[in-house]
Design a protein around this ligand. Structure first.
Ligand code: ZN
Length: 46
């Protein structure tokens, strides 16, 4: 039994990983998940 997928959602917009692709990332040393929609702005910074 694996519940590794259970709590995956984008930490920016909170979209569920079942609806959109989310990728592992790190924010200030904390492991997070971010969806592909929120990732580009994060890469470019604001
Ligand atoms: Zn997002």
């Amino acid at each position: 039994m694996s519940d590794e997928q259970a709590e995956k959602s984008c930490y920016v917009c909170n979209v569920d990983a079942k609806e959109v692709v989310v990728l592992p990332c790190e924010d200030k040393g904390e492991a997070k998940w971010v969806c592909v929609r929120c990732l580009p702005p994060l890469i470019h910074g604001r």
